[in-house]
Design a protein around this ligand. Structure first.
Ligand SMILES: O=P(O)(O)OC[C@H]1O[C@H](O)[C@H](O)[C@@H](O)[C@@H]1O
Length: 283
């Protein structure tokens, strides 16, 4: 086990790729395709501190996404991303793919924040592509409802030359305006974008001059797209450059919130397929 500042992390490597996963948050903060480049953005000014989420990689938002609806003093995006998870196993599936499993169980600390017994499992498949599977299980005697997101920060070359395909004719909730709007054509990023797209049934394509990412989702039809834009980014001490990141998040929110009865479980799957168009992109 290695550490970066206050956080312990696991390193894995195979013939295709390598990854670093912090135990705090089960947070993958590096996924690199060998000889090609970094798939995930990691802010150079991110904190690696206990109780503070890493700015980059894939934070896990759970059991609520965004602000808590009944108590805004509770942490944004829930507690999973700042809780200490347990490393269960690392398995070499073959020389090209490694599976890492981490779990989080309800505890006296989580019960103060959210009064239910639960079990979370995150399976991370590190290979030619990156796949995350988050399974939520209700261990309580009463049902619970949660919202969540696999809040992926994709590495891109330049947000102003990036566009997103696959959401034409899809309605989204615009968090910057509190309105529902119909997407027409591709999404461009000249300023802050913070949107929740619903009824999404196809892959999302992120394209810029140097990299193409394809995001595939199972377990929800809702995708969140976020880039803070220049004005908000300049006020964020832990974000060194908003032009090199784009968050594409598979999310169980709004109509895709999940209610689980006693013993039931739900799995959210998120796969990122990346093609570098210029191998000189920095490693
Ligand atoms: O700063 P954080 O708590 O990590 O949240 C970062 C962002 O996450 C999501 O993408 C939300 O839609 C945004 O509204 C939020 O600003």
């Amino acid at each position: 086990m290695d550490t970066q500042d206050e956080l312990a992390y696991i390193s894995v490597e195979n013939s295709c790729s390598s990854a670093k996963i912090a135990l705090q948050g089960a947070h993958i903060f590096d996924f690199t395709l060998k000889g090609k480049g970094s798939v995930l953005f990691l802010s150079q000014t991110s904190a690696f501190k206990e109780g503070k989420a890493i700015r980059g990689g894939v934070p896990i938002c759970w059991p609520w996404f965004g602000a808590n609806e009944s108590d805004s003093s509770l942490p944004n995006h829930g507690f999973a991303r700042t809780s200490l998870w347990k490393h269960q196993s690392t398995q070499m599936l073959n020389d090209r793919e490694t599976k890492v499993t981490l779990t989080l169980h309800s505890s006296p600390e989580t019960l103060v924040l959210w009064p239910y017994l639960f079990h979370l499992t995150l399976d991370i498949y590190v290979g030619a592509v990156l796949r995350l599977e988050l399974t939520s299980q209700n261990l309580d005697t009463k049902p619970f409802t949660f919202t969540s997101a696999l809040h992926t920060y994709l590495a891109i070359d330049n947000i102003y030359e990036t566009h997103v395909e696959g959401l034409d004719e899809t309605y989204y909730f615009d968090k910057t305006q509190n309105t529902f709007t119909l997407q027409e054509g591709h999404i461009d990023f000249s300023k802050e974008v913070d949107r929740i797209y619903q009824n999404v049934n196809n892959d999302i394509l992120v394209k810029d001059n140097k990299v193409h990412h394809t995001v595939q989702t199972e377990g929800t039809n809702t995708i969140v797209i976020w880039n803070p834009g220049e004005v908000i980014a300049s006020s964020m001490a832990d974000l060194h450059d908003h032009t090199q990141m784009l968050c594409i998040e598979s999310a169980n929110v709004l109509d895709d919130s999940v209610t689980l009865a006693k013993g039931e479980s739900h799995t959210l799957r998120h796969t990122i397929i990346t093609e570098f168009r210029d191998v000189s992109i920095s490693l």
